[in-house]
Design a protein around this ligand. Sequence first.
Ligand code: AP5
Ligand code: ZN
Length: 217
Amino acid sequence: MRIVLVGPPGAGKGTQATRLAEQLRVPHISTGDLFRANISQQTELGKLAKSYMDAGNLVPDEVTIAMAKERMEQPDAEGGFLLDGFPRNVSQAEALDELLTTESMKLDAVLDLEAPEEEVVKRIAGRRICRNDSAHVFHETYKKPAKDGVCDVCGGELYQRDDDSEDTVRKRLEVYHTQTEPIIDYYKAQGLVVTISAMGPVDEVTQRALEALKRED
Ligand code: AP5
Ligand code: ZN
């Protein structure tokens, strides 16, 4: 399956993408994670991306599309993929359509995760991530690690993302409403959007997502 996940920052896209990718046996492709890997490896792309990310803005389309395209062309993505955080505006969605058409492929669904603003703000404020693996995500109250500041999975150090400060989160939400939400209408016109609530326990949201995707199959 080829799926795009969309939803406000903190809705739980990364959390759900890890689980759905496992169930559906497709790679989880997160442009946010790819940028963060570049930042930690101090690449030129990482240096450029960091300045935009820290301000809560989108990284320019040209570099983002090139990076996403390169990742989607890896052999493990041939049979399908789950995109998390890409596309993030209409021109990225058009670029993705173009790429898929060239390869004679199409999307199966766009899964839209809905969560109210006060909830996503709480989720982001308490989020802690493992330095060793960005898929190891915790929360101060919702998913507490057994030992404060230490990853339950690998023992790595937990940290708070630079762009999770209150001011930056507010900016990211504004960018979501103005630039990303319009892609929902773009994909509605193609009949691809499946909207589910991202509220409730993580397992319940995963089940809800799998059932909604089955209906699209
Ligand atoms: P990105 O990394 O994509 O961040 P985001 O979209 O803002 O989403 P988040 O990672 O903040 O949240 P999430 O929805 O994945 O939530 P999570 O599962 O972690 O992008 C970051 C930046 O990179 C952008 O601002 C931009 O600058 C740049 N960028 C990336 N892609 C780009 C693109 N295509 N174009 C241009 N720029 C781009 O969950 C959050 C917390 O809640 C966790 O602590 C989790 O444990 C907890 N939680 C999850 N689910 C539940 C639940 N059901 N109940 C209780 N707690 C829960
Ligand atoms: Zn870890």
